[in-house]
Structures are given as C-alpha cells and as structure tokens.
Design a protein around this ligand. Structure first.
Ligand SMILES: Cc1ncc(COP(=O)(O)O)c(C=O)c1O
Length: 556
C-alpha cells in the first residue's frame, strides 16, 4: 500500500473504532438506565412469563403454605369456611348470575383469574366466587343484585371523581341538550366549541382532538410526536400504565415485542443521560400516578406473594423530577407527554400540570372527562397537533375514529367541564390533599392502634395498601373487606380510588369496616408468623416451587 492509501486505511479504521466505541457507550448507557426489576426488562420478562409453569396448592397446603402449625391452619380453614358461607348467604343471587355470565364474558374470566396469586386460585374461585353484577349506585355506594349497598372503593377505574350521582346527572342533562341531533356523526354538535375552549383553558394548550378511550388518546399523542420529530422511539418509564396499545405495553401482556420503545427507570439520572445522548427519541410519556410508586407496576393482589409492596408519595421530589425532565426534553426537542388519563382532574382543576407546576407539550385526558361516558382527549401545542405538512401534501399523520366527538359524549363532557368552572369545584379542590392526607392518617392510626400489620400510602384520594409483616396471605384481605361491605376493583387492595364526595361520616364508617375486616383476618390466623418467615424466605420458597414444577413436573 502506498502512503496515502495506508493513511486512508488507518483513518477509516480509527473512524470505525470510534463509531463502535460510541455505539457501545450508548448501549451501556441504555442498559444502565433500565430498572433492575423484571418490569424494567420487557423482553426478558415476556420470556420468563412464557416459561413460568402453572401449579396449584391442594386444599391442605392452601392453608399451610407458610408452614403454620396445625391450630393456625384450623383457624384459617374455619375462617375461610365462615366467609364462604357468608358470601353465599349475602351475595347468593349476584354470585349465581355472575358465574352464569362469566362463561361467555372473556373479560370476566380474565379478571376473575387474576385476583389472587395463581397457586391459590382454584379454591378461592370455588369458595369465594366473584360477584361482579350490580344494579344501582347512590352517594358513595353501589348496590348488588342481592340488594347489598357497598361502599365503593373501586372508583370505576378512576373515572368516579365527583360521585356517581354527579355523572348520572351529567349524562342525563348532556343527553337532553343533544337529543335533537341524536347520534349524528361526522359533523359536530356545536357544544364541541365550548368543550374545546374550556379544555384549552384548562390545559393551557392550543388545540384538542377527541378519541374514544384513553388508550387511543395516548396512541395519537405518540404518533404525532413521531410524525413531527421524524424520530422513532418513545420513552416510557418502568411500571407506568398507558393503556393496552402495543408500544406502551412492551412487556408481559403483549404477545408482540415493541421494537421502538425504551423502558427507562423513572426519577433517575441515567434516564436523563439517555434522553440527552440519543437522537432517535421522539417523546417521553409520563403517568404522574407513578409518583405514588415510581418504577413499580399498578399494584395488583395477584402479585402479592409476600409483603414487599411499598409506596410513598413525595410531591416535591416528583415535581423536581418533572422539572428536570422538562429541561432535558426542551434541550433535545423531545416531546414531553403527560398522560393524565388517570390523574387528570383528581388533584387540581388544571390537572397534573397545575398540581406539579410543570408544563407538557401534549397532554392526554380521559376517564372522568367524559362526564360518565367513554372518552380520550389529546391537548397540545398547534405545531404538534397538526396532521399534515403544507409543503408535503401526502405526508400526513392519520387519525380518525367513527365515534370521535359523539354528540352524547360532548353533552356529558360539557356538563363536567361547566361544573369545573363553578365555585363548588374551587371549594372542593381547595385543601383537598389535606383532607385526604388526614383521612389516610386516621385510617393508619386506627390500624396501628389495633396492632394490625397493614398500612396505607396515599396520593391525595388514591390509596394503596401495604403490608408490614412478611406473609403469604395478604391477598385474603380483599375478601374480608368485601364481607364488611367494601367494594374493591379486581386488582384488590392495590388501589383504592375514593370519589371526592365521601363525607367525613362516610369515611369514618369505611375506617371502622376496614379495621374490623383486618382484625377478623388476623384473628382467623392468616397473619401468623415465626422467625423463619421473611419476605426473602417466602420468595425463595416460591422460586423453588416454580423450578420444581418447571423441571421436574412436581405436583403438590
Ligand atoms: C394513565 C392511563 N393512560 C391510559 C389509560 C387507558 O385508558 P382507557 O382504559 O380509557 O383506554 C389508562 C387506563 O387506566 C391510564 O390509567
């Protein structure tokens, strides 16, 4: 090789090495920014989920899976039988008709299968069957087919912020206002104009698009971000739920891998570094509900195999994190999306943006905003909301939906948005956190006074139940709560969503019932423990069982 070609050769070699070093560095940064839990590793978690074998406990091991002595086991069995008899006596008709309906409702079959850890499922389904049919609601209660009025702690997946009577009224009054038009789609009912104006004021953003669910609103926000930045990847944070669309659910639950999603650790410097150094990131999705348990998935009792569930809300720390995220997104032209489908309007009129004092580029809303009817909304800056390019007529960002802007939804939404403008709402939001922090504290004090191993963490009116002593049976609490007339969603004690129309008297009654339920559970022996029972030994036991069933096909 002559001089110049040798030089060129070495030059190319050096460039190649530099490129691979840079690529390697970025890869390393990315893996450092992943949360160490399985939820932080979508591919791995999906692979492991496929390998996990089903096995179940026979009746005797069901009551003794923590090695409790015979007299404790007998107490548990007696408690379980008593509960079962009470369920049949009190919820008989509701249970019978739910079981009948469940044969053909796949959603019910799914939720019913995931109320408790799968090893215990069969006996629970048989003896404490679900009662998922209800006939009426009033105040803060919902009444089942047997006529039992239960306190609603489920909050209809977070939709019920203002109380069911409010939404019944908004649906009715909204329907009356659009009745002349009926279900005409395509052209809009003029109520849409006021809705858009109010949404612009509330969000502080320029434009609005209407969709049929929160999932679709998130899909559209991400699609717009990709379209305008011409970048491929979205960043979501470990544990955060954003609906069930593939790209935002890259791990367990989605049969197809998501190739253009990074799942990073929330509230971490490493994540900010990735945002700073990668050029392919279109947007960052934040679900502010995660402030209650950063990097941990929605707490469901089916995952409650021990007592490691923990939660703690630190408003200032989360606000600081959002500010830092905002800074990096602005610096790198990354679209910051607040997914307020769950928290929107629960903490403040201006949603999480107002509550945490940080502004997003796009905001998704849903749930309660529909005034009781299905909805998804995106609010955003004009330059991000535009779905076509003036200079490239065929390069568009398509989004439609037959039922978008349905007149009846616009009617109920208008009632909701107008109500937000009233002095009553100002009064409601004023002091809201103090009210709910006090209530959570009262409940915790009562639990502690009764020496119960249960503790509440709350983010305003959203509660989650944590367990202070190692136990394999915490998931039983949901059944004792039900017996005391407290209605939970299928995820059990992981999430209690109180509507804001709970009075002090209602809440005091809930506290009494909650404490009674926990005491009864304790007296039935479920929280027995000895020195050898730790969260670590529980995990080890379960892992051993899984390995035995996977590799030896063991049966118990
Ligand atoms: C933060 C968040 N985003 C999106 C969704 C999806 O909304 P939908 O169930 O209306 O599709 C949810 C639903 O719980 C949510 O909590």
């Amino acid at each position: 090789m002559d001089g110049p070609s040798t030089l060129a050769f070495y030059g190319l070699g050096a460039a190649a090495v530099a490129t691979s070093v840079a690529t390697l560095k970025k890869r390393l940064e990315l893996s450092q920014a992943k949360h160490r839990s399985l939820a932080g590793h979508s591919r791995l978690s999906r692979r492991i989920a496929r390998l996990l074998p089903f096995y179940e406990y026979g009746e005797s091991h069901f009551f003794a899976s923590d090695g409790a002595p015979d007299e404790i086991v007998a107490g548990r069995r007696a408690g379980f039988d008593r509960l079962s008899a009470l369920y049949q006596a009190r919820f008989g008709e509701t249970i019978r008709r739910t079981a009948e309906a469940s044969k053909s409702i796949s959603d019910l079959q799914f939720t019913d299968a995931y109320r408790v850890p799968f090893q215990y499922r069969r006996l629970v389904q048989e003896k404490l069957p679900s009662a998922a049919l209800v006939q009426s609601s009033s105040g803060v209660t919902v009444t089942d087919l047997d006529g039992n009025a239960n306190y609603d702690l489920s909050g209809s997946y977070g939709v019920n912020v203002l109380g069911y009577d409010f939404y019944k009224g908004s649906i009715e009054r909204g329907a009356a206002r659009v009745r002349e038009l009926g279900p005409v789609l395509g052209p809009y009912h003029p109520l849409i104009i006021e809705n858009v104006e109010l949404l612009k004021q509330i969000s502080g953003l320029d434009e609005v698009s209407f969709h049929m669910s929160g999932t679709e609103a998130v899909m559209q926000a991400v699609r717009l971000a990709r379209y305008h930045t011409r970048r491929s990847h979205l960043v979501r944070f470990c544990g955060a739920y954003h609906g069930w669309w593939g790209d935002v659910q890259p791990g367990i639950g989605n049969p197809v891998p998501a190739h253009e999603t990074y799942t990073l650790t929330e509230m971490s410097e490493d994540a900010l570094r990735v945002l700073r150094n990668r050029r392919n990131i279109a947007c960052v999705l934040v679900n502010p509900l995660q402030a209650l348990h950063p990097n941990v998935s929605d707490a469901s009792d089916s995952a409650l195999i021990d007592s490691t569930r923990s939660a703690h809300f630190d408003k200032d720390a989360y606000a600081e994190w959002l500010r830092r995220l905002r800074e990096v997104c602005t610096e790198r032209d990354i679209v910051l999306i607040f997914d307020e489908v769950f928290v929107g309007f629960r903490f403040a009129k201006g949603g999480a943006q107002e509550y945490f004092g940080v502004r997003a580029d796009l905001v998704t809303y849903g749930k309660t905003l529909g005034g009781g009817l299905p909805i998804g909304v995106v609010c955003g800056k004009s330059e991000l909301m535009k779905r076509f390019r003036d200079d490239r007529p065929v390069d568009i960002c398509f989004a439609r939906g037959t039922f978008n802007s349905h007149p009846y939804v616009m009617g109920a939404m208008n009632e909701f948005l107008r109500y937000l403008q009233t002095p009553q709402t100002d009064a409601l939001y004023y002091d809201l956190d103090r009210v709910w922090d006090d209530r959570a504290r009262t409940l915790n004090q009562c639990l502690a006074a009764a020496a119960l191993p249960v503790e509440i963490a709350n983010m305003s009116s959203i509660f989650t139940v944590c367990y202070r002593e190692p136990s394999r049976y915490n998931w039983m609490l949901q059944y004792y709560l039900r017996a005391e007339g407290l209605l939970l969603s299928w995820t059990g004690t992981g999430r209690l969503n109180f509507s804001l129309n709970y009075t002090d008297a209602d809440f005091a009654d809930v506290v009494d019932r909650f404490v009674t339920a926990a005491k009864t559970m304790r007296d039935d022996g479920w929280w027995w423990r000895n020195r050898n029972l730790t969260n670590k030994t529980i995990k080890r036991t379960v892992l051993k069982e899984i390995l035995m069933h996977r590799f030896l096909g063991a049966s118990r």
